[in-house]
Design a protein around this ligand. Structure first.
Ligand code: ATP
Ligand code: MG
Length: 178
């Protein structure tokens, strides 16, 4: 059964806003009123919740983040964009390696596993992930954009168990659906 990516993103943004407790605000940018895909919903949720959590975590309170959905041929393209602390150029080559944390995290806590697992999930889905970032300083605001490109109709419907575990831990924090 096909998934409407627009509806999916709307619900996801609503859920993430709830978890973020109104600290930042999340803007959803859409290029279509609907976009169908045959994707593993849990895997996609895992990918996007991780990227959005990072965008929120590494941005000061009050600074909105963005989720943009576009399409090109049979691809879905997701941009998760923030105007937060940014990633130092020396750390970019190791960003997707396990337990890697960038030198400018300061007191922001994390395990450094999120992006390593996200990259695996994207690859399982036959997609690609890339990053573009500039460090923020007093003179210039920077920020980070993570881009995920996924085939909209891949026949590969593998769901690793780790994804179920993650989805459950996020779902536990959400309000009960009516
Ligand atoms: P967790 O495992 O809880 O997600 P984490 O957020 O530290 O911990 P990753 O999500 O894998 O780990 O990210 C790796 C590192 O990349 C982070 O520690 C941080 O230094 C940097 N990083 C990731 N996303 C951003 C972002 N949007 N802005 C700035 N730095 C980021
Ligand atoms: Mg993270």
């Amino acid at each position: 059964n096909p998934l409407d990516l627009v509806q999916f993103c709307q619900q996801l943004v609503e859920d993430m806003q709830f978890i973020d407790n109104g600290l930042h605000g999340i803007e959803l940018i859409l290029s279509q009123p609907s976009l169908s895909a045959c994707m593993d919903e849990k895997l996609l949720r895992h990918i996007l919740t991780n990227l959005l959590s990072n965008a929120l975590k590494y941005s000061p309170a009050g600074m909105a983040v963005q989720l943009e959905l576009c399409d090109r041929q049979n691809l879905a393209i997701f941009h998760v964009k923030d105007r937060g602390i940014g990633i130092p150029p020396e750390d970019l080559p190791h960003l997707f390696e396990p337990f890697q944390r960038c030198r400018n995290v300061g007191t922001i806590s994390g395990t450094g596993m999120g992006l390593a697992i996200v990259k695996k999930c994207v690859e399982i889905h036959g997609g690609e992930i890339s990053v573009q970032s500039e460090v923020s300083d007093e003179k210039r605001p920077g920020g980070t954009t993570l881009t995920v490109i996924l085939p909209r109709f891949s026949l590969n419907n593998l769901t690793p168990n780790l994804n179920d575990q993650f989805s459950e831990s996020v779902e536990a924090k959400l309000p009960k659906k009516k």
